[in-house]
Structure formats: C-alpha cells, structure tokens
Design a protein around this ligand. Structure first.
Ligand code: GDP
Length: 526
C-alpha cells in the first residue's frame, strides 16, 4: 500500500450532533485530552455557563501557543488521525451545521441521559439520515440522576428511527455510578471519580461473574446481572453493515464531565467509524484513493483572527493530497490558483502540518472569490453535489440609517450571503433588499456584523414574505411566461438564482397548482 493510501485510511472525520447542554463542549474537551491536544481539561471552561466561547478557544490558543480553532480539530488516536468538525452551538439551528454534516463521514450523537431525545437532535438526525451517515451514540451524565436507560434506548429507536446496539452499559448512576460494563468483552471499566481534568487510570475487571465484580457491585450485583440479560434481549447485536448504512448505532454510556466512558467510546470509534467515503459529483463518484486532488467548500467563516480581517473557506479534501504551494483549479471560475498558505488544523504542540489528504479539512484564505459549494481540482471539470441551501422561513427588509452607505451595505450583504450567514433576495419590482434566515439569531448576527465589519448601521422592517422557493423550469418559453406573470413575487437571490417569494402558504400552493411544470424547490444545491 502506498504511503498516501495509508494516510488516507487513517482519517476519521466526524462531527458531534446534540441538543444544547447535552455535553458536546465537555466531550470535545475530553477527546482533545485523549488526543494529547491539550494537557488538562476543565481549565478552559467559560465562567458561568460552562460553555466555551470562540474567544475562550482563542485565548487558550494564545496562552498555550497551540493551534486550536473551534472549527476543526485534528488529533491522533489509536493509530488513526481524527478530524473533529465543530458545529455552531447556539440555540438556533443553522445552515452552517447542515453543511458541516456534508463534510463528515460519520457523527457522534451525544444524548443527555436524564433528558433523552431532544428537539435539535431530531432535526440533526434527519439530516444525517438523508445521507445515511453512520452514527455513534454516547449517552452522557451518568454521574447524575438519569432516566431508566432502557427507556432512553427505546426513545432513540422510536423517535430517531435507528436501532440501538449498546456496546457498554452503565453500572448504577449518580452517587452509586460504578462504571460501565462492556457487553462484548465481558469487562467492567471501573469509574474513577474526581479525574475529570486528566486522563483517568484504565482500571478494569474481567468477568461480570468474577469475585472482584461481585465485590464492586455488592448488593446490586444480582440485579445488574438480570438487567444485562434484559438489555441483551431487548437490544440489537452490533452489525457493521447496518451501522455503515446508518440504520443502527452502537451506544456507549458515561460522563463527559467526570471523563469516564469517553475513552471506551473513542477506542471503538477509531476502530469502527468509516474512513473517508467516496463523494458524488455531477459527473461521477470521486474515490478518496484517487491521487489527483479534489475538494469542496462547505463553510466560510469570517474573521477567525481579529488581527487579519480575512475570511476562511473550509474545504473538505475528497481525493489526493494538498501540499504547500500547489496549484488548484477553482472550477466555477475556471482559473488555476496557487495555494501557498492553506490552514491545517492539527491540535497540540506539533509543528504546522503542510500536507492534507482525503478526509482532511483545510482552510483557504478567501478574498471574496470563493463561495460555499465551490469545487477545486487538479484540472478536472468536476462539481461536487449535495451541499445544500435551505429555503428560509423568516424574512426581513433591510433599511439603512445613513442612505449614503448603500454601496457598503450591498457589499456586506453580498459577502454575508456568500458565507451563508444569511440569504439575500432582490425583488424584481423594486430596490428592496430582503434577508431570509432559517433561525432568528441569524438576523442579529448580520446586523452586528454589518456594523463591525462594514461600518453600516442598518435596521430591519417587516416584509410581507412567508416563504421562498427556488424556481426551475426546463421549458424556456414557459419560464419566460411564468416570469412575466409573476413579477410581483419574483426575486433574484445572492447567488443569482430566480426565487419565488410567497406572501402566504396559500399563495404558494396556488402558484404551484397553476404552474404544474414549474418546479418550486425548497432546497437548492450550491
Ligand atoms: P453543550 O451545550 O452540548 O456544548 O454542553 P456543555 O458541554 O457546555 O455542557 C452543558 C452543561 O452540562 C455544563 O454545565 C456541563 O458542565 C454539564 N455537563 C456536561 N457533561 C456532564 C456530565 O457528564 N455530568 C454532569 N453532571 N454534567 C455534565
């Protein structure tokens, strides 16, 4: 096997999906600890909320001279190279999260053991299901009073429509939490309390029927043996094929806060989670083993470093190898560009890596020419598919406080919409600028960023739009006819696509009925 293929096969690229407060940040921190990317966990936690803000990460980066960004964290474990992609943590679900999920090969679902399946997890799982992404599951907070875990498993199965294959099972909970039992190796991993900030000793007891096990469990032993029998009967046996098809999830238990059970999960994750998977393009599937470089942009983020006001375009490498100073073709524009200074994301005190292979993420400095969904290759005319745009559900009209700043406003909105921070619509019948969002928070972020980055004070006004659909029609004559008769409702979006803005759902239904051969799409691929 070539060195290149060996490197590719080591990659495990994933994201964590969870409802806010389930423990994503905490588990991320523990994963970095195991990956030797940080020396001690817990020291970087935000004050009150327990949540790490971007600035905390950056402060941490400066303090320790290590290169961690919130967006991508790369670290080695168990002979693999793990790429963990962060998804925005705020209450709103955002398009960024969805697009990040197009760049991974698997996901880790974190569930709060006391709360079970929550709202946001359902939404995110729906996205994973569209792409049949393999899912690992970690049920968190076993150090607290949690629910009956058989019930939680039932909930995962019935609500999320995925079979559960518990690999470990918790022994007790809260104050009487004793550890986790591995159903496949008949091993007890003994809980070491008070070791939340460091890597705990790996204390094991072999055999649930051993004297040591009986001693550890005491009166609870008999009951636990019965429970395990029940669990085995009520759950599925792990099946690699079903896992790879996204139909079954291996389930692990523990507590991220006390750093227990995470290592057991991470070990199996690096063993079972898929390496880089092939990616579809309009023309063909691209195999990660192909030596020619290719990749697509799934996210653009502004001002990661406040000192350099540049924007970083995040690219998933789909084939081949990135090396410093290489030339890539920016397919949409049809230009070859030399990439001298892509950002790589190795966490920890290591030297800056100058190479990236299939499965890795690199960051390109973007001066405005790169858009979400763009494909880069070594010459081939390819276009990766599947990076979605979602029809917004919320709309506002933007008004300037100072009308002389129109140019800056337009530039700002154009750039923010390229980034995916918001969607911009320009109606055909007037000069309004209408913003669309999937979640309310997006609007606040846009106003703030217009002010900070473009020095424009803007305000929002109500606009009579309820929903938007991207319009397509293969019959040109009909399309022209449609355009003529619907000027009132048509707009061009930030990417130049024709869009139908409907004031009400009823209006949309009527339009769809009247124009059966016109397609009204609620997602658009970049
Ligand atoms: P996120 O919103 O999913 O990133 O959640 P965080 O990692 O910020 O955790 C939310 C809260 O739950 C914080 O106060 C954490 O300290 C707490 N937490 C996380 N994991 C555990 C755990 O295993 N046990 C307990 N008791 N609390 C936890």
């Amino acid at each position: 096997m070539s060195d290149f293929i060996q490197e590719v096969n080591k990659r495990r690229t994933f994201a964590i999906i969870s409802h806010p407060d389930a423990g994503k940040t905490t588990i991320t921190e523990k994963l970095l600890l195991f990956g030797n990317a940080i020396k001690m966990a817990g020291t970087v936690k935000g004050k009150k909320s327990g949540r790490m803000a971007t600035s905390d990460w950056m402060a941490m980066e400066q303090d320790r001279g290590i290169s961690i960004t919130t967006s991508v964290m790369q670290f080695p474990y168990n002979g693999r190279m793990v790429n963990l992609l962060d998804t925005p943590g705020h209450e709103d679900f955002s398009e960024d999260t969805y697009r990040t999920l197009t760049a991974v090969d698997s996901c880790l679902m974190v569930i709060d053991g006391a709360k079970g399946v929550e709202d946001r997890t359902i939404k995110l799982m729906n996205v994973c299901r569209m792409r049949e992404t393999p899912i690992f599951t970690f049920v968190n907070k076993m150090d607290r009073e949690v629910r009956d875990q058989i019930e939680v498993m039932d909930e995962i199965e019935s609500i999320l429509k995925i079979d559960c294959a518990p690999i470990t099972w918790p022994i007790g909970m809260a104050k009487s939490f004793k550890g986790v039992y591995n159903l496949y190796t008949d091993t007890i991993h003994v809980f070491q309390p008070g070791k939340g900030h460091t890597i705990p000793d790996d204390v094991r007891i072999q055999g649930l029927e051993s004297d040591e096990a009986k001693e550890l469990l005491g009166d609870y032993h008999e009951e636990f043996v019965d429970e395990i029998e029940l669990v085995r009967g009520a759950s599925h046996e792990f099946d690699m094929e079903e896992f790879m098809a996204g139909q079954q999830t291996p389930v692990f238990f523990g507590t991220a806060l006390a750093n227990f059970g995470v290592r057991e999960m991470l070990y199996y994750f690096t063993e079972w989670a898929p390496g880089p998977l092939p990616r579809p393009t309009e023309n063909r599937e691209v195999e990660p083993s192909e030596e020619k470089f290719s990749g697509f942009i799934f996210k653009i983020q502004a001002n990661m470093d406040p000192k350099h006001r540049d924007r970083i375009a995040f690219m998933r490498v789909c084939s081949g190898k990135y090396t410093r100073n290489m030339k890539m073709k920016h397919v949409r524009i049809g230009k070859d560009i030399k990439i001298a200074d892509a950002v790589t994301f190795m966490a920890g005190d290591r030297e800056q890596v100058e190479e990236a292979v299939s499965g890795d993420i690199i960051g390109l400095h973007n001066h405005g020419t790169i858009q979400i969904g763009d494909t880069f290759t070594q010459g081939e005319e390819l276009k990766f598919t599947g990076v979605p745009h979602f029809a917004p559900e919320l709309f506002k009209r933007v008004r300037l406080k100072d009308p002389l700043k129109m140019k800056q406003l337009q530039k700002g909105l154009q750039q923010l919409s390229e980034e995916g921070a918001t969607q911009l619509f320009m109606p055909q019948r007037n000069n309004d600028l209408i913003l669309g969002a999937v979640g309310v928070l997006q609007f606040d972020v846009v106003l703030q960023r217009l002010k900070d980055e473009y020095k424009v004070d803007a305000i929002y006004e109500h606009v009579n739009v309820n929903t938007a659909r991207w319009v397509e029609c293969s019959d040109n004559k009909m399309l022209e006819d449609f355009k003529r008769k619907n000027v009132e409702n048509l707009a061009i979006d930030g990417g130049g696509h024709l869009t139908y803005l409907a004031p009400t759902r009823v209006n949309l239904s009527l339009a769809e009925e009247r124009w059966p051969d016109v397609k009204f799409r609620n997602t658009r691929e970049h």
